[in-house]
Design a protein around this ligand. Sequence first.
Ligand code: SF4
Length: 292
Amino acid sequence: MKCSICNKNAVFLNPSYCNVHFNRYFEKKVLHTISNFNLLARNEKIAVAVSGGKDSLSLLFLLRKSGYNVTALSIDEGIADYRDKTLKHMVGMCNNYGIPYKIVYFKDIFGRALDDILSSEKVRPCSVCGIFRRYLINRAAKDFDVLATAHNLDDEAQAVVMNLIKGNIGLLQRQGPVSGLNYSGTFVKRVKPFFLTSEKEIMAYSVINKLNAAFGECPYVGVSFRLKVRDLLNDTEMKKPGTKKRLIEWFLYYKKNLCPAEEINISCCQLCQAPSQHEICSACQYILKIGN
Ligand code: SF4
């Protein structure tokens, strides 16, 4: 297969492009998403949430290349033989490109690494990890104007289906290229420049640009509802190409025309003063449970 523009060998199919034209196509698409949804401004201090995987390294690389003022922000939960390896990739890339980075450790804030917590407490790994990670990211992002995450079209299609199946209309309303409760003024604005970009495209971009992303899976990952939805969507996509894109287009139409998000009153956690919909935020509830 040849590149549809220059006739060199294609490295990506549908659309078929060589290295150079795929890079141009990909970067133009992401920059268009940024301007179309008004995600980022050149004068803003941007924290990019980076795990060391292909998605987050690609986002960091692209934003930096496009002249945005980025800092990599990572959370080290303390998962031996996993997070230490993925963060090595992040540190390597930041050193190569002169990108500032900040790593926040579970151990420093909660007194224990995730491995330690899970060895002595009966808690579900991804529940406690997810809540603590979100808490730390929100806390660290306060030093910035905006937090960019590398959620892609596949992630977002999965989230739409999950929220529909579970009847989480409130969460569905708050999904989008600008996500979360940013309109309440309590959290730093969160944006997703890869909202319209597929996982396959990001994989190709990371390989073409030799981003040396970390592979491997967290040892605590289980068979979650999200994985089942992911498999269902991948299967449907194979049979009916364009399914995920159509789902996201429907979602954006629904959000804009049918169901605008409601303002939600956010108060503060009585223990840590972090923004919370409850008297005690989820992170503090876990801290009380695990006895720190
Ligand atoms: Fe944390 Fe679960 Fe992700 Fe592992 S798979 S990093 S435990 S949320």
